[in-house]
Write a protein that binds this ligand. Sequence first.
Ligand SMILES: Cc1cc2nc3c(=O)[nH]c(=O)nc-3n(C[C@H](O)[C@H](O)[C@H](O)COP(=O)(O)OP(=O)(O)OC[C@H]3O[C@@H](n4cnc5c(N)ncnc54)[C@H](O)[C@@H]3O)c2cc1C
Length: 384
Amino acid sequence: MTISAEELDAIRDSVRALCTQFPGTYWRELDQNREYPTAFVTALTESGFLGALIPEEYGGSGLGLRAACAILEEIHKNGCNAGAAHAQMYTMGTVLKHGSPTQKKEWLPKIASGEIRLQAFGVTEPTSGSDTMSLSTTAVRQGDHYVINGQKIWTSRAEHSDYMLLLARTTPKEDVKKKGEGLSVFMLDMRGAKGLTIRPIRTMMNHATTEVFFDNVTVPAANMIGEEGQGFRYILGSMNAERTLIGAECLGDAQWFINKATAYANERKVFGRLIGQNQGVAFPLARAYAQYRAAALMIQRSAEMFDAGEKNAEEANIGKMLASEASWAAAEVCVQVHGGFAFAEEFDIERKFREARLYQVAPISTNLILSYVAEHVLGLPRSY
Ligand SMILES: Cc1cc2nc3c(=O)[nH]c(=O)nc-3n(C[C@H](O)[C@H](O)[C@H](O)COP(=O)(O)OP(=O)(O)OC[C@H]3O[C@@H](n4cnc5c(N)ncnc54)[C@H](O)[C@@H]3O)c2cc1C
């Protein structure tokens, strides 16, 4: 799927128009009360933006990853936060790629329209952390159902989702024949599910994240995606899109911080001159901008390769790392340029600063990206 620069500009214009309805005051109030941005997510859903990666035959717009990146980047560039909704965009990738024709027909149109909220992605567990292959939540087959027991952590948006894409162990780790096997993916309908407990975790920023406990929760065998035991591979396959999209959000944040800081440096006068006239203020801003531009090229490349059906793991990983570092560098500069005012809530900088820090940890930490590059790109020995 190729999309023209004009089409991308038009998408950005519409996203920007939508974002103007959700100014800083809206996000600040939610942040203070740790509330979910329901009105924003509804507006995004109704606009059809969240169906950008779903093919037209299933009711989406089939615009591809470049367009999806433009949407998320623009949201963040305009001071909003797509973290409350972005999973609706990419979590369905596993269903699209590995689901049966019946599953795709059943779920994808409803995900595209927002009738089904697929916002929850249950992978991380408290004991296994980044070592996904060691996760211990089990799914045991009993007749035409699987019975789930265990716990997930950091399952974001679980309280605001109808389904969870769940990764669980169907074969004990010691019995698997090949490394990476033994885990399976399920579409778990959480609405009224017996034995499911969701507990919110209050975090540094307003992220609607939770821990989820499974006590004999049943899921129909028909809701398993693809083959039993192959789930880890499926989830890994969808992560390149996720990393590229998160990278795009970071690029949006970087621009928000840089724009805000540049405007301030051009108007704030101290010692009788604009602070931006001091190279000690201007150079860190110029450096942050250069970092953002370089990261943007890698994210763009990653999205183009994905849309062309090429393998983009290297670009997705590196792009996400560079973009998360660029947004953090820009956040740092923005604080420094604003001096004391950066700490006042009404400037939105302290909120965006807290939000921007996440992306060097989740959805994958920088060290794990470096491990990927060291091992799979440079051919160095595996470190773990
Ligand atoms: C707000 C938030 C939302 C999240 N949302 C979701 C979600 O919706 N669904 C989901 O499944 N998960 C989610 N996560 C989880 C997230 O993906 C993990 O936090 C992340 O992958 C890191 O795992 P961990 O926290 O267990 O850290 P750990 O794996 O415990 O790692 C801790 C530190 O040690 C480093 N480290 C570990 N092993 C190595 C190694 N071999 N070499 C070098 N360094 C190493 C890591 O890089 C990290 O810095 C979320 C997390 C947060 C904080």
